[in-house]
Design a protein around this ligand. Structure first.
Ligand SMILES: [Zn+2]
Length: 255
């Protein structure tokens, strides 16, 4: 059984004390493929270190996270472009729009999102979308940029059934994580109506730990708890969820 954590910040400072043990726990639980979203240039060195220590399990993305789009975002985008020109990545991410923390940079966030979608097309890479309190704004950009070449993952999907169908219409898979295990998470109500081919698993470690770890530090081994909940929702075995969602992750990332 091979699980794929399509979204995990293993380089985060929160793991500085026990990173190797935490990664080993995940591998022992069958979670052996880690896709690593970028945040901003301050984390790039840590991402490369992580990859160097775990070359068979770690697959890096490059991008500028919407919450980190500030006055200097053009410099940050320049960094993204330079790294992309230098070496291989498996996706552009995480990118998108976040209006939960701060609405003052909406125009810059929209511009950074659009620019990075165009980079994804140029490099024929998938995008990994971060969307918080911003479905209308994210969908507006996707509507402008949609094409057969644009594809990816709508990370930490927490929208409605209609929004799920809309995301899928833009060639996006739904990244499902700990929220699906929450009592008030809502997506568990309609997920069974979405074909499994559109679903990938994620943790978003160290954030958003699933039940029974809610509120604690999240880690990639907990993908198994998410898979168990999804198996219950679809009425299939955990093995089948592992198989299908890992297949889906390969279709997106090409590895
Ligand atoms: Zn993330």
């Amino acid at each position: 059984m091979i699980f794929t954590d399509t979204h995990t910040h293993l380089y985060s400072e929160e793991f500085n004390e026990d990173r190797n043990e935490m990664i080993q726990r995940a591998i022992d639980a069958g979670v052996s493929r880690f896709f690593i979203p970028a945040i901003d240039s301050s984390q790039t060195a840590a991402m490369y270190d992580l990859e160097k220590s775990n070359p068979d399990n770690v697959f890096l993305m490059m991008g500028l996270h919407p919450t980190y789009v500030k006055e200097n975002y053009q410099e940050e985008l320049q960094h993204v472009k330079e790294e992309l020109a230098k070496r291989e990545f498996y996706a552009i991410g995480e990118i998108g729009i976040d209006l939960y923390w701060d609405k003052t940079h909406l125009a810059e966030q929209q511009d950074a999102f659009r620019t990075q979608i165009q980079l994804a097309k140029q490099y024929q890479l998938p995008i990994v979308i971060h969307c918080r309190d911003a479905f209308d704004e994210v969908f507006a950009v996707l509507e402008e940029e949609k094409s057969d070449e644009l594809f990816g993952i709508f990370h930490c999907f927490t929208g409605t059934y209609e929004q799920a169908l809309q995301a899928i219409s833009y060639n996006m898979k739904l990244g499902i994580g700990g929220v699906v295990t929450f009592k008030n998470g809502k997506i568990d109500q309609f997920l069974h109506q979405i074909d499994l081919q559109h679903i990938v698993l994620e943790t978003d470690s160290p954030y958003l730990a699933p039940i029974p770890y809610r509120g604690k530090r999240n880690e990639s081994s907990y993908v198994v708890n998410v898979a168990q909940k999804i198996a219950d929702i679809y009425g299939v075995s955990v093995d089948e969820i592992a198989l299908k969602t890992t297949e889906n992750s390969k279709a997106i990332f090409g590895i």
